[in-house]
Design a protein around this ligand. Structure first.
Ligand code: AMP
Length: 439
């Protein structure tokens, strides 16, 4: 078995990896680290979870370390689509580089720019950034890109999906022509191939992910629904389809609270998390959701940021987000790595413009979901409400059904049959639209 030292990493980095509990390099690390230490370009098909961050961060840290202290301008730029990912990458760099004197910082939009400007002024070797804020700060003269040696495009497919191609092209024009380029993407559309062709010189191709697999892993649907009918529809979907671990997004904190309570009165186990809840309450709700004691977590966009659950099967947009990119963030929480997931958006008439904006961002129409027979039955047979205490703990109420089939009227088929029927008469939500999803 190859070790990190055998790949050519210096003891300072190997020590940090040992402390982080990494014993063996992952396949992408085995291939990328030696190539990047040599200064070559790399084109990698890799999803989150493959160890791709360390695959580029470690050799780039080592090269900067070998060069010694530079000027204040960054020598490595890592562009990525979201602030969460940017923060994660920066945290990894800090972790791996503890024994080195490499300065790294992260800049992204949505927060005040002054601390970021200040950090750039102090000097930075590795810069992690989302494209918009990078261009803003460069436009203001707060960022010098003339010393750049290496550009990393991480999650390039998501960046294109989120409409960043023009920003990326603008950034490219600001960089020195002589540089090392790395492109990481989970999926490979024609646009990505074109971008890669224009960017990379004689790249080493690494493929540790089945190409375009995530596109099949997440199915996305819209479901037209009257505003006043959404709660009943959501409850019917969860009960009828036997959904577990459903993350539901609402726009407001109040809406999240109310919905969680209503779902509990339907006999489901639900909890709300949002900015008004104490950290303890949020942590508790999240733990319950992760270990399967809470089936439905109702969250606002902000509160959901920290949620990282492997194999989260269901995401529901109870209300569409005002910002189209938030849609991408929301559904990015399902179907991670090899797990499959489904994202459903309940869309009322007032939201049709929001849906159009999202579809424009995705570059395609969201297919409409057809209700399965089981969901139709659950919708037709709403449960008798259960009394829910005002501050009820999110536990399964005594005597409450698990969210399997609806109680119905005695005519409901047995769960086994229900399963087989899925995708039957009603067309089924699952299994349809395979290949239409994206990441
Ligand atoms: P990434 O694909 O970069 O998002 O990394 C996925 C996760 O794997 C992160 O939590 C890393 O800390 C972890 N990781 C990366 N490389 C290794 C390794 N060689 N051994 C163990 N864990 C790793």
């Amino acid at each position: 078995m190859t070790t990190f030292a055998e790949l050519g990493l210096i003891p300072e980095l190997c020590g940090a990896l040992e402390r982080a509990g990494y014993t063996t390099p992952t396949p992408i690390q085995q291939r990328a680290i030696p190539a990047l230490l040599d200064g070559g370009d790399v084109l990698a098909a890799a999803q989150t979870g493959t160890g791709k961050t360390a695959a580029f961060a470690l050799p780039l840290l080592q090269r900067l370390h070998a060069q010694g202290r530079g000027s204040r301008a960054p020598r490595v730029l890592i562009l990525c689509p979201t602030r969460e990912l940017a923060a994660q990458i920066d945290a990894s760099i800090q972790k791996y580089g503890t024994a080195l004197k490499i300065r790294s910082t992260v800049i992204f939009g949505g927060v005040g720019q002054n601390p970021q400007v200040e950090a750039l002024r102090r000097g930075v070797d590795m810069l992690v950034a989302t494209p918009g804020r990078l261009l803003d700060l460069h436009g203001q003269g707060a960022l010098d890109l003339s010393q750049l040696q290496t550009l990393v495009l991480d999650e390039a497919d998501r960046m294109l999906d989120m409409g960043f191609i023009h920003d990326i092209r603008r950034v490219l024009k600001l960089l020195p022509a002589q540089r090392q380029n790395l492109l990481f993407s989970a999926t490979f559309s024609k646009d990505i191939e074109r971008l890669a062709r224009g960017l990379l010189r004689d790249p080493l191709s690494i493929d540790v992910a089945p190409r375009n697999a995530p596109a099949e892993a997440v199915t996305q649907h819209a479901l037209d629904c009257d505003k006043g009918d959404k709660r009943r529809m959501l409850s019917a979907l969860i009960r009828g389809e036997s959904w577990r671990q459903t993350l539901v997004f609402t726009r407001t904190k109040h809406g999240a609270n109310r919905l969680a309570k209503q779902l509990m009165s339907d006999g489901l186990t639900a909890a709300a998390i949002h900015g008004n809840k104490s950290q303890t309450a949020r942590t508790k709700a999240l733990a319950g959701f992760k270990d399967g004691n809470i089936d439905v977590l109702v969250a606002t966009d902000i509160a959901a940021r920290g949620i990282d659950i492997k194999e989260l099967p269901q995401v529901v947009n109870y209300e569409l987000p005002n910002v189209p990119a938030d849609y991408v963030h929301r559904i990015g929480r399902t179907g991670r790595a090899q797990a499959s997931g489904q994202a459903v958006s309940l869309v009322d008439a007032e939201e049709s413009k929001l849906l159009r904006d999202i579809e424009r961002l995705l570059g395609r129409k969201l297919p409409r979901m057809s209700l399965s027979e089981a969901a139709r039955e659950a919708y037709a047979n709403p449960p008798t409400p259960i009394e829910v205490a005002p501050e009820a703990a999110p536990q399964r109420p005594a005597g409450a059904r698990k969210p399997r089939p609806p109680r119905g009227d005695g005519q409901a088929p047995a769960p086994g049959r229900r399963r087989r029927n899925r995708g039957g008469r009603g067309g089924g939500g699952r299994g349809r639209g395979q290949g239409e999803g994206r990441r």
